[in-house]
Design a protein around this ligand. Sequence first.
Ligand SMILES: Nc1ncnc2c1ncn2[C@@H]1O[C@H](COP(=O)(O)OP(=O)(O)OP(=O)(O)O)[C@@H](O)[C@H]1O
Ligand SMILES: [Mg+2]
Length: 577
Amino acid sequence: MVQGRTASLAQELEERRKAEEVLKELTGRLEELIGERTAELEREIGDRRRSEEAALSSERLFRELFQNIADPVYISDASGRILAANQQAVRELGYPEEELLALMVHDLDVIYHNDERLAGKFREFTENSPLTFESVHRRKDGSFFPVEVNALLIDFNGSPCVMGVARNISERKRGEQERLKLEKQLLHAQKLESLGVLAGGIAHDFNNILTAIVGNADLALMRLAPDSPVRDNLQRIEKSALRAADLAKQMLAYSGKGRFLIERVDLNRLLEEMLNMLELSASKKVLLRLNLTRLLPTVEADASQLRQIAMNLILNASEAIGEKSGEITVSTGSLFCDRAYLNDAWFDKNLPEGLYVFLDIADNGCGMDRDTLSRIYDPFYTTKFTGRGLGMAAVLGIVRGHKGAIKIDSEPGAGTTIRILLPAGALPSEEPAREAEEDRWRGRGKVLLVDDEETVRAIGSEMLRELGFEVLTADDGREALETFRSSSEISFIILDLTMPHLDGEQTFVELRKLDPGVRVIMSSGYNLQEVNHRFAGKGLAGFIQKPYNLSALRAVVKQSLARVGATSRQDEKEESP
Ligand SMILES: Nc1ncnc2c1ncn2[C@@H]1O[C@H](COP(=O)(O)OP(=O)(O)OP(=O)(O)O)[C@@H](O)[C@H]1O
Ligand SMILES: [Mg+2]
């Protein structure tokens, strides 16, 4: 019995020992498992911390990039509500950040300024492909600037949004415009050059022929009985010839080769003197006002070319008003033009900053659209049925020749203001107003008329005799010198510029050698810019543009005879201390 109990005890002990062993083993395994799991968890925690840190740092990076990028950046939702904007956007637009974030894209964008347009733009977006387009943004102060937008569809806080970088491209646009303007100016310069050659060629022969036509018609009219039926025909011949001469004159002006006699011109006086003529040229229903600034600096200019500018501009203004009643205001003044102001005007890029005299012709006529404005200086460009398209081309040529500039301000339906800028000279001296031209003025004495064209010599002589002069003629420079040497008391010489053997300029030089005080009136159908320069300050007594009629010849001769006296008195004044 005892033995039996002992055996069962031993078995029990054995079983317990075994059970303990199993338990021990299980505990060991459990500890092992716990250890493994703990290590795993630690790894996971570490990973998660690292990824959180990475997310944080990438968000920080994004925020820094977003805020510090040099261009304005916006994030907006599909309705156009601005959800985020960077510091540069705040700076560029002038809104405080809170205000900016309360706005919609169409409050800032001038082109995508309503829901419909914005929605249309949104539809263009596809995932992962950025969209680049140009637009115009408005600042808080109301000013505008052009932008180039680079936009991308993004996920922002779980919803599809657009992030746009809106770069201010004002500089680039200015550069592009500048380049276009330069290209256009270059094209014009090329056109000028080729037309210049053409105009020079035409004008020379053309004006010689016209001198004979105009002169003969003029004299015939004078000698005709007042009631002759031929009078009407002659007047029409003269009128047509003068229109042809006007055409040649406009072409010459455009080519820059019509600038002959440079003198100090008081623009106010010039306009006042031509007021009657301007009024007659404008339509009867147009009120012409002069609004002249007194004490205007003079300009170094060819007075007849300035008249041509005024005439062309007034005619255009009057034609723009048409048959309605309207107003043309002619104003003068002076202003300091800085680089920016000059760059904005036609023509020469290198005009110096400084004081300029301006002539404004403002009308309340039909105005111009962009297309007309861009082609206004093109020779033969016209929108008028009977227009020749030479008026503005001639104005441009003259202004260029005088180192001036032109500015045009025009709106369809609202009228046009054209501003001519010319470099300012000295203030005008207080000269007494010139007496009214006397139609019956006659001279006396001997005149030498030099021209290689027989017709010009014939009609010129007749007109000079009509003015009371005794006329000698020569058909080239050599003969002119001989005649001058052998005849005494020649009052003045009318010298053609273009002649065979010895041309007008060479003859002029030789004549001055023979007599430094000789009065020479140069006559030509055209001239070259370089020749003008060579004549400037060389004591030419006058210039007469072919073709000329009796009254033009009378005016030039009278003025030249007076001018020589005035110049020498002026010289004396300047020399005395
Ligand atoms: N003040 C103005 N108002 C409106 N349009 C103008 C004005 N001045 C010029 N233009 C436009 O510019 C064009 C060219 O003018 P331009 O003076 O060179 O030629 P034109 O007047 O047509 O002919 P013309 O050779 O007889 O002067 C005109 O046809 C007209 O369309
Ligand atoms: Mg015109």
